[in-house]
Write a protein that binds this ligand. Structure first.
Ligand code: 9J3
Ligand code: ZN
Length: 264
C-alpha cells in the first residue's frame, strides 16, 4: 500500500481490471440469519479472504420493492474481489419503503462493524451504501441521515422525495434510459440535480437498459461503482482516471454528468 494513502488496497487499476468479472482478491462469504439480527433482514457478507492486507472499507446493499437479496447478489463477490467487505441484505418485509430501507442499511452497517464475525476486517470509518430501486432510494435516505458515509450509489433508484440538498456523501446516481418504473426524468435526474453542486457527484445513465438492469451482472455498473467506491471510500486517486474527465456516451452509456476533478 502506498505510503501517502493508508487506505489504498490492491494493484494499480486498469480498464481491464475494473471491467473484469473478478478483481484481485479471493472472496469468502458468510450468511447472517434474519433471526440473529434486529433492524434489517439479515443477508450475506462477502469479504476478501486474506487477513494480510489490513482492514477494508465496507458497503451495504439493499434490494428493491418486493425483491429479495438474490436480486442484488451479483454485486457481492464482484465488489468484494476488488477489496471491500460487502453486505447484501434482505429487508424486514419485501414491501418496506425507501425510508425504512435507509434505516435498514444503517442497521446493517452497524451490525457489520460492531457484531459480525468479520468486524475486525473492517475500517468502521470507511463505509458506503448502495441499493436497487426503493433500495437505491434508501441509500439516499441513509446518506441523508448519516453524513459520515463516504459513498452512496442508488441504482435505478426510486423515491417520492426528489430533492437531496442535505446530502454530504459523494453520490453516484445510476439511471437507465428505458426505465418505466423509476423513469430517469422523475427519479434519477432530479435526484442528481438536487444534490449540492459543491458535492462530489455524478450521474450515469445506462444505454439500452431497464429498471431491472441492475439485477444481473453488468460491467458498466460494476466499473463505475468500483471506481466511485475506491475513489471515495478508500480515497484512492488511482481511480480518478476512470471518473474524470467525464466518461463519454457509448454503447452502454446514454449520458454521464458530473463535476471534475473530484476534491474530497
Ligand atoms: O423498488 C422498486 O422497484 C420501486 C419501484 C416500484 O415498484 O414502485 C411502485 C410502488
Ligand atoms: Zn428531499
Amino acid at each position: 500500500q502506498a505510503a501517502d494513502n493508508p487506505y489504498e488496497r490492491g494493484p494499480a487499476p486498469t480498464t481491464a481490471s475494473i471491467e473484469a468479472p473478478n478483481g484481485p482478491y479471493a472472496v469468502s462469504q458468510t450468511s447472517v440469519s434474519s433471526l440473529s439480527v434486529t433492524g434489517f433482514g439479515g443477508g450475506t457478507v462477502y469479504y476478501p479472504t486474506t487477513t494480510g492486507d489490513g482492514t477494508f472499507g465496507a458497503v451495504a446493499i439493499s434490494p428493491g420493492f418486493t425483491a429479495g437479496e438474490s436480486s442484488i447478489a451479483w454485486l457481492g463477490p464482484r465488489l468484494a474481489s476488488q477489496g471491500f467487505v460487502v453486505f447484501t441484505i434482505g429487508t424486514l418485509t419485501r414491501y418496506d419503503q425507501p425510508d425504512s430501507r435507509g434505516s435498514q442499511l444503517l442497521a446493517a452497517l452497524d451490525y457489520l462493524t460492531q457484531r459480525s464475525t468479520v468486524r475486525a476486517r473492517i475500517d468502521s470509518g470507511r463505509l458506503g451504501v448502495m441499493g436497487h430501486s426503493m433500495g437505491g432510494g434508501g441509500s439516499l435516505e441513509a446518506a441523508k441521515s448519516r453524513p459520515s458515509l463516504q459513498a452512496a450509489i442508488p441504482l435505478t433508484g426510486w423515491n417520492t422525495d426528489k430533492t437531496w440538498p442535505e446530502i454530504k456523501t459523494p453520490t453516484l446516481v445510476v439511471g437507465a434510459d428505458g426505465d418505466t418504473v423509476a423513469s430517469v426524468g422523475s427519479h434519477s435526474e432530479p435526484f442528481y440535480e438536487s444534490l449540492p453542486s459543491s458535492l462530489d457527484k455524478a450521474y450515469l445513465e445506462l444505454n439500452n437498459a431497464t429498471h431491472f438492469t441492475p439485477n444481473t451482472s453488468n460491467t458498466t455498473i460494476a466499473k463505475y461503482s468500483i471506481s466511485w467506491l475506491k475513489r471515495f471510500i478508500d480515497n484512492d486517486t488511482r481511480y480518478e482516471q476512470f471518473l474524470c474527465p467525464l466518461p463519454r456516451p457509448s454503447l452502454t452509456i446514454e449520458e454521464y454528468r458530473g463535476n471534475c476533478p473530484h476534491t474530497s
